[in-house]
Design a protein around this ligand. Sequence first.
Ligand code: 13P
Length: 341
Amino acid sequence: MDLTELNRIATAMVVSGKGILAADESSGTIKKRFDAIGVESTEENRRDYREMLFRSKDAMSQYISGVILYDETIWQDARDGTPLIRLIEQSGAIPGIKVDEGTQALPMCPGELVTIGLDKLAERLKKYHERGARFAKWRAVIDIGSGIPSTTAISVNAHALARYAALCQAAQIVPIVEPEVLMDGDHDIDRCYEVTSRVLNKTFEELRVQRVALEGMVLKPNMAISGKKCAKQASVEEVAEKTIRLLKACVPAAVPGIAFLSGGQSDEEATAHLNAMHRLGALPWGLTFSYGRALQAAPQKAWSGKAENIAAGQRAFSHRARMNGLASKGEWQSSLEQKAA
Ligand code: 13P
């Protein structure tokens, strides 16, 4: 393992002013997104859609540090025959790959999930590295509800995340470690804080036990935020203040960077929260976005599967990428949103 090189890549992924485009929706998830805009989820449509994003030259070169791909996409060619992964490299962004294989019910723990995909992972990582992937992603899912999460669910998911991260580093790939605490419930921000704190502490404990080099990874956490169905929604300032307090308490300074998931926040909320965190002062790690929905909802709608809308889709994507790029430096203002509309 060349840790200097892993650290160089991890640092580039979270460089100030840029963030990560999570374009790694599984076939099931992208179908849901396409259903919402009335587009059939064919291999060609998925290719055309992602090609539109990766050919958004300004956005990709100025605001996107890396792109997380799904297995289908990393082997796919653009319409002119150029591999899609080469378009990403040509823009200056780093290609990455989702390597988990989704979730399964966790036995003995009703309502809880464990992420799978460790079998043959070493072989898969080798092929992805040869193809050009320089980082990977594995997402664990922790739900908050009555009596959950259990210690068991937190523990087995942390163990799997660390197993994945160690295998990545051995294959010279930077692991994005993503323990996502869902925001779907009616819990308040303090319950989210408490659960996320347990999850992060257990995850870093497992990373240490399994000898993962913290200097060669990126953490992808949720923010400390109110559940979507909670009657009392925390303000932007409270989310920013509690998230930074939580991360400072749980994430060692040896970690080069943190890149948030958007998790169901609105586009503008995801931007405003990241921006507010940067207004709180200097931080021990890089802090940016690794958004899926909050970067793509607008371009998906603008495109709607029509070739004549590609320029509009790229404009919508460039706008969100720029807004989040500014937020990663604390330089975003809500008035910039209106101007573009
Ligand atoms: P969202 O930003 O849509 O939550 O997706 C990010 C991601 O990669 C989840 O694994």
